[in-house]
Every structure is written in C-alpha cells, then in structure tokens.
Design a protein around this ligand. Structure first.
Ligand SMILES: Cc1cc2nc3c(=O)[nH]c(=O)nc-3n(C[C@H](O)[C@H](O)[C@H](O)COP(=O)(O)O)c2cc1C
Length: 195
C-alpha cells in the first residue's frame, strides 16, 4: 500500500495549524465541492454521513452568524473569506435506504430521539475532522470554533430546517498572520496503553 510522502503529511498534519486569520482570496463553491469529493468517501457508522455544511456567504447571514459567536471569535469570523456551519441533520435516517441499500432495516434503528441525536452528533464530529483535513488537502486553512451559541444559530440561521449546528469553521487561504505557536501535545506513552 502506498503511503503519503513527508510533504503531504506536513500539509495535512505535522506542518498544519489552526488558522485565526486569512488572506483575501475568496473561497469558491468549486473548492468546497472539491473538498466534499475528497472527504465524502471517508467512513462513518452505517455509512450514515449525517454532517451537513452550511456556507455562510451573504453579508446578512454573515452578520447574523457573527452575532452568535463568542467575543473572541467575532472579529476573525467577520473577516474570514468563508465561514461554514457544520451541522448534523436530524432527518439523516431518510437517506439510509439510499446510502445503505444492503440494510433496509437500518432507518428503523433511529426512531428513538436520543439515540438518533447521540449517534448523529458523534458521526458528524467524525466528519468534522475529515472536513478540517480536507480543507488542508485543497491548500486552504481551517479555523474551527466551538465558541458560539449553537442554540442561537439553530434558532436563527438554521430555523425551519432539520439541521443542528456543532461547529463553525472559518476557511481561507493561509496568510502570514494565520497561525499561533504550536502548543504542546501529549507524548505517545501518555496516550497509548498496550494490553
Ligand atoms: C473543535 C474545535 C473547536 C475550537 N474552538 C475554538 C474557538 O472557539 N476559538 C479559538 O480561537 N480556537 C478554537 N479552536 C482552536 C484550537 O485551540 C486549536 O486547534 C488548537 O489549539 C491547536 O492549534 P494548532 O493547530 O495551531 O496546533 C478549536 C479547535 C477545534 C478543533
């Protein structure tokens, strides 16, 4: 099996950072489509892929999104070339017959509200990780943020939909002031247990 070379690993992981500022270049729909083409084959349980991407493009929608961001996240969200609300779709079981045709009974597994929510949030977060790596893979930088009022976003930008937000990610071309210094990570021995 081939492996990624060092420069590809650096682009995706070792040399990549969370971005807090961006260059001015716009992020196009074609780039987000390319990203989705890259990451959509990534695995999720039941092949459910319940994550949805809401591209906040209009000035009015951008202003409303910024109003729901925490103080420290407002200015960089207002200035980002593109902000994407990552959400899970409460209606995802409706797509299961199409994406999991060999298991027609799967949708019935998610009738219980709490079970459906817990599952979809977990799987959407898994996809959010793929999303961040996908942004890097197409040569852009990502600034994921949990500092926002998710119920506020749901009641405002996502009102009348079956989408529930989990994360807001600013996306754009990296610039000289995009990154903060790397904080320490845990060592291998701290995170690995061999039984
Ligand atoms: C899910 C998630 C939520 C985050 N929320 C925020 C946030 O609200 N505001 C912020 O400034 N940074 C936020 N961060 C950035 C993290 O602090 C950053 O990714 C981490 O410190 C690693 O930084 P590095 O990529 O430069 O090494 C978030 C990152 C992730 C993955």
């Amino acid at each position: 099996m081939p492996a990624l070379d060092r420069s590809a690993c650096a682009l995706l992981f070792s040399g990549a950072h969370t971005a807090h500022a961006f260059g001015d270049e716009p992020v196009t729909d074609a780039q987000i489509r390319e990203l989705w083409d890259l990451v959509s084959p990534a695995p999720t349980a039941f092949n459910s892929h319940p994550m949805r991407m809401v591209l906040v493009r209009s000035a009015a929608a951008r202003e409303r999104l910024v109003s729901h961001m925490s103080e420290g996240n407002k200015a960089k969200t207002a200035a980002a070339p593109l902000s994407v609300v990552l959400a899970w779709d409460d209606a995802f079981p409706a797509t299961l017959p199409r994406v999991l045709p060999h298991n027609p009974a799967a949708a019935g597994f998610f009738g219980d509200d709490e079970r459906r929510r817990t599952f979809a949030v977990q799987q959407a977060w898994l996809q959010a990780g793929y999303f961040i790596v996908g942004v890097r893979a197409i040569g852009l930088a990502a600034g994921p943020m949990l500092g926002f009022d998710a119920p506020g976003v749901d009641a405002d930008l996502l009102a009348g939909t079956s989408l529930r937000s989990i994360c807001v990610v600013n996306v754009g071309a990296p610039s000289a002031d995009s990154y903060k210094p790397r904080s320490p990570r845990l060592a291998y021995d701290e995170v690995v247990t061999v039984l």
